[in-house]
Design a protein around this ligand. Structure first.
Ligand code: HEM
Length: 125
């Protein structure tokens, strides 16, 4: 299940996705704003697949850490995980992630710094 795959995340982001500021940003209550942004759905997938490095702001709090990528998880497990995050809050009409979508994203490997640039291109609230 997605909750089982989330075991890989909770050491940093907390069992309930509450985060641990100022080191680790919350996911619960935050992922929805990523999903609402244009391009945010793809960004969320890329951040989990390839990791993220560099300065970001979440809920008015600054973070500047390194998150490892999880490309070693299967396409199926990554889709389950992303849908688990979306179950905490997603815009109306949200389409569940599919393993095919994850497989597609693997075709263009990105460094964590490049994932940061993708984030900077989003218009986040
Ligand atoms: C950032 C999800 C595992 C540390 C993020 C972001 C997401 C995310 C979506 C970006 C938030 C944003 O752009 O606003 C996940 C998921 C994980 C996971 C789903 C499990 C597969 C981990 C682990 C660590 C970690 C294990 C610690 C070793 C961080 C850090 C950031 C971050 C430090 C902020 C990076 C920066 O400051 O640029 N995580 N994460 N994450 N995550 Fe994770």
């Amino acid at each position: 299940t997605g909750k089982e795959v989330y075991a890989n995340c909770q050491g940093c982001h907390g069992p309930q996705g509450e985060g641990n500021p100022p080191a680790f940003p919350p996911l619960k209550g935050h992922v929805e704003s990523l999903l609402r942004a244009e391009g945010g759905r793809t960004y969320l997938l890329l951040a989990v697949l390839y990791g993220l490095q560099g300065p970001i702001q979440v809920g008015g709090q600054a973070y500047n850490g390194v998150m490892p990528g999880f490309a070693w998880l299967s396409d199926e497990d990554l889709a389950l995980l992303l849908n688990h995050l979306a179950a905490w809050g997603a815009p109306q009409g949200f389409r569940p992630y599919t393993p095919e979508e994850v497989a597609e994203a693997r075709k263009t490997p990105l460094a964590p710094e490049e994932v940061l640039r993708r984030r900077q291109a989003l218009r986040l609230p």
